[in-house]
Design a protein around this ligand. Structure first.
Ligand SMILES: [Zn+2]
Length: 460
């Protein structure tokens, strides 16, 4: 009887069952979810960050206020210690509202298109008035060469690949035109670039985001702007029908000297292994439009809430739980590098680093890298996590801010919420508090806390 019974149960299942009962208190995970859905401060904190501080680009006075705010929040949440880690950050300012006016053949008035200068872009130094040329790839740009490009505005008419299931993948495929497009076009003598915004949303919202001048490609730094999806559609059709006479562009943005800012770090000391750290973090800075609510206010309040939740539920972690509010993810990643530098200098030992920076949407799962066998250790709990909407555990993960830690061999994990609507509002005026759904935000926070609890229990 016993033998027959054993034959029906795969060996691995028996092992995982023992692992579950031996180390994981499922009722604690239940109470974590109950706490997040009924008592957590995630949503109220996000409201405060969005409305009392607002967007907070590195180097701005709002970013400085966000540093103070998160410091006091972590103290209030009961962190055993809170400290600031100095970071020198770039200080780019947008200046007056940008303009893009398109003059069409045979028309007496111009068509105004909504634009946002890309982060880090140079200004136009007055109004720039030039013909435009449309390209749909770097290959096409190269083929046209200096002969056709010189003295013009280059319009990269490259949209998200709608056939891809993951919007993150579509972003990854198209974003090179935002980051490298200006230097690539300047190499052939272009004077400015326009890009189609990094989104699949058919609306009139331009999306900013970082551009990186590559001085190895071209020393000249030309201005760069994003058009909304609909604006790009209009321009595309006007150009293809030979209707455009010229385009006028205006922007005043510029880069000021670097400014001193901080990563904000709070922690609960581990009861058994205080020297071993489980890190969770998001980024405190945002672009200078909207509220930076999903990107990454949501990640900040989810990370901070881990401390509040564990304190309220009287959970004493074996390892140190460290919350890091990184500064300057958007336009420099200096916070991530500063943290990794100090990790090396002080020989901090991390058993895992989790990043939440993909929006406050319904949780889907985690990308977990395989360093130290972390993925297979967590994968055992897949069935148990499924009822909490964690249906996706992928053996590859990380994030921008924890990227430098990954290079030091720290096992890294990226929180994965549903991303179908993230790029509708990403880096736009529309990334505001009202776009964040209370329960979705809380479920994401609970998933992160539950994962931290599991890691704390199963890793020595
Ligand atoms: Zn972000």
């Amino acid at each position: 009887m016993k033998e027959a019974f054993m034959k029906k149960i795969p060996f691995l299942l028996v092992i995982s069952w023992y692992a579950l009962t031996a180390q994981i208190d499922t009722s604690f995970i239940n109470s974590l979810y109950r706490y997040y859905l009924t008592q957590s401060a995630c949503y109220a904190s996000l409201k405060e960050l969005c409305y009392d501080i607002g967007h907070r680009l590195s180097g701005s006075s709002q970013a400085a206020r966000a540093v103070k705010w998160s410091y006091y929040m972590l103290k209030n949440y009961g962190a055993d210690s809170v400290f600031l880690q100095p970071v020198k950050v770039p200080h780019w300012i947008r200046g007056k509202k940008e303009q893009c006016r398109v003059w069409l053949n045979g028309e007496k008035t111009q068509r105004n298109l909504k634009v946002l200068a890309l982060g880090g872009s140079a200004g136009t130094e007055g109004i720039m008035s030039l013909p435009v040329i449309r390209v749909n790839s770097f290959d096409e740009l190269e083929k046209k060469g200096r002969e056709e490009i010189e003295g013009k505005i280059v319009f990269y008419d490259v949209a998200f690949d709608d056939a891809l299931i993951s919007q993150g993948e579509a972003y990854g495929k198209a974003v090179k035109y935002r980051s490298r497009g200006a230097s690539m076009a300047a190499k052939y003598g272009a004077k400015a670039v326009l890009i189609r915004s990094m989104t699949s949303a058919r609306d009139d919202e331009p999306h900013t985001g970082m551009l990186n001048y590559d001085t190895a490609v071209c020393k000249t730094k030309i201005p760069a702007f994003a058009l909304s999806y609909r604006g790009a559609d209009s321009l595309s059709s006007w150009i293809r029908n030979n209707k455009v006479k010229k385009i006028e562009l205006f922007s005043e943005c510029k880069t000021l000297p670097d400014t001193l800012s901080y990563n904000v770090i709070g922690e609960i000391k581990g009861s058994q292994y205080p020297e071993k750290i489980i890190l969770v973090g998001g980024h405190l800075d945002s672009w200078d439009v909207g509220h930076g609510a999903h990107d990454d206010g949501a990640g900040i309040v989810q990370s901070m809430e881990v401390i509040r939740a564990f304190k309220k539920l009287n959970y004493k972690p074996k390892h140190t739980i460290r919350v890091v509010c990184f500064m300057n993810e958007e336009n420099g990643l200096r916070g991530g590098y500063a943290y990794a530098d100090e990790t090396q200098k002080k020989s901090w030992k991390h058993i895992a680093a989790i990043e939440t920076d993909a929006g406050g949407f319904t949780p889907r799962g985690f990308g977990i890298d395989t360093t130290s066998g972390l993925f297979s250790k967590i994968f055992v709990y897949r069935d148990m996590l499924e009822k909490y909407l964690i249906q996706y555990l992928h053996n590859e993960g990380g994030g921008a801010d924890i990227g430098p830690l990954e290079k030091l061999g720290v096992p890294c994990i990226g929180f994965i919420p549903d991303n179908q609507r993230y790029f509708d509002i990403h880096h736009t005026m529309a990334d505001t508090f009202d776009k964040v759904h209370k329960r979705e935000l809380e479920l994401g926070g609970a998933a992160i806390s539950a994962l931290i609890y599991i890691i704390d229990r199963i890793v020595e």
